[in-house]
Write a protein that binds this ligand. Structure first.
Ligand code: DON
Length: 567
């Protein structure tokens, strides 16, 4: 049926005249259905609020992203920070340009492939997780300067002002902070500077205790004044190198001076009429997402029983994560076959090994691994009233990173070096195994799972992502499938989660992910399950309905983030 067939020619003329008139009025440069409110969803109320204030002050989504990133670096120190890195996926509305700003950490120049092995060639437990040797060269400061300079409208100092304020005046500890600090209490206690800042008399601080970070305020101030030189050169750089060296690390001034932000073309794919735009290598996120969606596109998911649908989803996950362990790494060092892995033909070929009634054994593909936990990192989503958007996932890796703060800097070091494969086949803290493509090399970026993502069709656009280590990619997959099923952000962020990552060969899941009957049917196909006592993820999502201009946003109910849609 042609819906508007009754509209007369005169009606069209009047309509066109009204649109022209509207276009000449101040603030009404767009047709009614195109105008929409701005929105931000982030893991911390202070960060969301700061971003909204920057938008209200005339900033665009990119300025807001700088403000939100910097505030999160202060008020969610266990998740991300100046001592870490991340991926900022940007969409510029004026010309439709998409880019991934890669601010991922780089291995120090003195790093080498066996640096976490003992004399017998065994991985030394903890060496790539706790302490200064675990830290890569931070990318977040350079990325924030880059985004503000190239894409923002406001001066960097203005976008950094809220973060400087919260670092100087302090922020109150919440329940999530307490959980993270408790998880990392031993590591934080081992570094006097970290313990002084992040603990209260050597213990996990009470809720409401105010954390003041004067050194961090000064470091942010130096960046606000001098741009990237404020961090990678001068006093801050000197203090960083001295502190890292004293704590047994291998950073040099040359490492800091050489750090480079890289603009990369996002990975894209198509699924059921939606375009997926997501993180490029050195993240495995976009490639794995597109591989899984390509496999699933050949199944009539809505018509399948829950158990059968879950079965093929698990099998798609298993295969994409297997490829991750073999092929994915830093594209500046290894040749990642992105085109092949995200192609429909490839997906069809690997899908032929999926049996409808039987789980594939991961061991039939390769080496064994074990399971480990952890829950930090951060994601936020921004949409401004002009349609610019940002999906950013930022990290210092494990909660509170390496748990080391070089004296005088306030900068908590990342332990992102653990995302490299310390030894082929030996799992990292997320139980992920890797091989040659993700071996340590000087200057190389460790492979990531961070998956800031846009999903768009003619009716709407979604901005989403989450922390969660190896489980990030499958959480985003579940969110995308739920969007395609017709649900909104509230549903994507609260969906019960399950995950398979090839090795270990188990389906990890939140306790309420499956009912008893589905579990029984899946067990009968040969799947093994490992329920998690705790929940996982902290998804932050926005959806714009292009037809109505309605914007909805949601923050994962598992944690304490806040999503705001402007009035
Ligand atoms: O880049 C990565 O994939 C990891 N460093 C992310 C770590 C993370 O999400 C921690 N939360 N569980």
């Amino acid at each position: 049926m042609i819906r508007h067939a009754h509209i007369t020619y005169t009606g069209l003329l009047i309509g066109a005249f009204l649109l022209l008139l509207l276009g000449t009025l101040p603030g009404c440069s767009k047709t009614a259905h195109q105008s929409h409110p701005a929105a931000i969803a982030s893991a911390h109320p202070l960060a969301t609020k700061a971003g909204m204030e920057i938008l209200a002050a005339g900033g665009n989504a990119f300025d807001a992203a700088v403000a939100v990133s910097a505030v999160l670096a202060v008020v969610e120190p266990h998740g991300s920070g100046l001592g870490g890195g991340g991926f900022w996926l940007l969409h510029r509305a004026s010309d439709g340009f998409n880019v991934m700003v890669d601010g991922r950490e780089q291995a120090p120049l003195a790093a080498h492939r066996d640096m976490y092995l003992d004399a017998d060639g065994k991985v030394v437990p903890g060496l790539s997780v706790d302490g200064a040797l675990a830290a890569g060269i931070p990318g977040e400061p350079a990325a924030l300067v880059h985004i503000a300079d190239r894409y923002g409208r406001l001066p960097l100092a203005q976008s950094l002002a809220p973060a400087i304020h919260f670092a100087r005046k302090g922020f109150p500890v919440d329940a999530h902070y307490r959980r993270m600090a408790d998880f990392r209490l031993d590591a934080l206690s081992a570094d006097p500077v970290a313990a002084e800042i992040f603990l209260e008399d050597g213990a996990v601080p009470e809720e409401g205790h105010v954390i003041v970070q004067t050194d961090l305020a000064n470091t942010l101030q130096a960046i606000a004044r001098r741009g990237r030189k404020g961090f990678y050169e001068g006093d801050v750089a000197r203090l960083l190198v001295e502190g890292v060296t004293a704590a047994g690390g291998i950073w040099t001034q040359e490492d800091l001076g050489k750090y480079q932000v890289v603009e990369r073309k996002p990975v894209s794919g198509e699924y059921m009429g939606y375009t997926i735009t997501s993180a490029a290598p050195p993240s495995s996120g976009g490639v794995a997402l597109v591989t899984m969606l390509n496999i699933l596109a050949d199944y009539p998911l809505p018509e399948m029983s829950v158990a059968d649908r879950t079965h093929v989803m698990i099998e798609a996950m298993r295969r994409a994560y297997r490829d991750r362990s073999e092929f994915l790494g830093d594209p500046d060092f290894v040749n990642v076959p992105v085109k092949r892995l995200t192609g429909k033909i490839y997906a069809r070929a690997i899908a032929t090994t999926i049996k409808p009634h039987r789980a594939t054994r991961s061991a039939s593909f390769g080496v064994p691994g074990t399971l480990a936990g952890g829950d930090s990192t951060t994601h936020f989503s921004v949409l401004d009233a002009d349609g610019n958007r940002v999906a950013a996932t930022l990290s210092i890796n494990y909660p509170f990173g390496a748990a080391v703060v070089p004296p005088g800097t306030g900068v908590l070091l990342n332990d992102e070096m653990d995302d490299f494969s310390a030894k082929p086949g030996v799992p990292n803290v997320y139980g992920l195994v890797g091989a040659e493509a993700n071996a340590i090399e000087p200057g190389k970026r460790p492979l990531s799972s961070m998956s800031p993502t846009f999903v768009e069709n003619k009716d709407g656009v979604a901005i989403l992502g989450t922390p969660g280590g190896s489980r990030i990619i499958t959480m985003v997959l579940l969110g995308i499938l739920d969007l395609v099923d017709g649900n909104g952000p509230e549903s994507w962020v609260s969906l019960p989660r399950f995950h398979h990552q090839y090795l270990p060969d188990v389906v990890q899941h939140e306790e309420d992910a499956f009912d008893a009957a589905t579990l029984q049917l899946l067990r009968a196909k040969g799947h093994t399950f490992k329920p998690h006592q705790s929940t996982w993820g902290n998804m932050q999502a926005i959806y714009l309905d292009k037809n109505t201009g309605k914007v909805s946003a949601a923050s994962d109910p598992r944690v304490s983030g806040v999503a705001i849609v402007a009035e």
